[in-house]
Ligand binder design. Structure first.
Ligand SMILES: Nc1ncnc2c1ncn2[C@@H]1O[C@H](COP(=O)(O)OP(=O)(O)OP(=O)(O)O)[C@@H](O)[C@H]1O
Length: 250
């Protein structure tokens, strides 16, 4: 179980807050969808969960352990797959996986097995000797994901993992995430594709301007939706637009 309590964050003391008192409980084994317009604060929240941005004590707990302490953080086995491609284009898939397995502290004796496991989960076994820079967009996304799986995460944070790829690769990545969920990984997933979140996630939060506006199952969210939304076709997208429309965003 992940508990976020009254989490506040600003990028600098003089800047306006980007996260404003976030409270969230994310159950173990959840496939949790985090939705929000551009600039809502999703990536910042994931970066704090992943430890890229330090969090103050008392704001973030995994299984009751405070994530501001380094030992608790490594025991939690978190992994973040960022929006950007986070690997070296001139290296092969195998070289990238080997490098990042080393960075993540995978023991030497387990290195080969972990690389084959992550490549197998993401359908990259046949591409281990291909140069990363030569892969299609979909395969690059899969390599990003494979790197995030090398530490066999208990909690996987995915920041828009299907952006800009074809339907086959998208389907493959969604199936991989579903399978990880079935095998006990807790997944927090951000996306701008509402239908993906509706299909994949068992719990959904909608955030904007650094605050959680709604949080629950799809059924709960739609039941709480205002009459104006329920009267129309009850989709997550119509609720999202109803909650977050403030004119055109960037
Ligand atoms: N490194 C940074 N320094 C200063 N401000 C930042 C930094 N990163 C993000 N911000 C600001 O914080 C706010 C939240 O940004 P964030 O990237 O977390 O939103 P997001 O919901 O992930 O958006 P998107 O959907 O576009 O990825 C925005 O106003 C953004 O301009």
């Amino acid at each position: 179980m992940i508990s976020i309590r009254q989490l506040e964050f600003s990028y600098s003391p003089s800047a306006r807050p980007v996260l404003k008192g976030i409270d969230l409980e994310i159950p173990e084994n959840a496939l949790f969808g985090l939705l929000g317009p551009n600039g809502a604060g999703k990536t910042t929240l994931l970066s704090i969960l992943a430890g890229l941005i330090p969090c103050p004590a008392g704001c973030l707990f995994v299984d009751g352990r405070d994530m501001s302490e380094a030992d608790n953080r490594s025991a939690a086995r978190l992994s973040l797959v960022p929006q950007e491609y986070a690997f070296y284009l001139p290296l092969t898939v195998r070289e990238n996986l080997t490098f990042f397995a080393g960075v993540q502290g995978v023991p030497k004796a387990e290195m080969d097995a972990r690389i084959h496991e992550a490549a197998g989960q993401t359908g990259l076994e046949e591409r281990l000797d291909s140069r990363a820079g030569k892969l299609s967009g979909g395969l690059k996304r899969r390599l990003n994901l494979a790197i995030g799986l090398l530490n066999r995460p208990r909690l996987l944070l995915l920041d828009e993992p299907t952006v800009g790829i074809d339907p086959h690769s998208r389907h493959f990545i969604l199936e991989t995430i579903r399978q990880l969920g079935r095998n006990g990984t807790t997944v927090i997933y951000t996306s701008h594709y509402m239908e993906e979140v509706e299909e994949l996630c068992d719990q959904i939060a909608i955030m904007d301007h650094g605050q959680i506006l709604r949080n629950g199952t799809l059924t709960e969210l739609l039941a709480e939706a205002p009459q104006s939304v329920r009267g129309r076709q009850s989709t997550l997208e119509s609720l999202f637009l109803d909650l977050t429309t403030r004119g055109l965003r960037d």
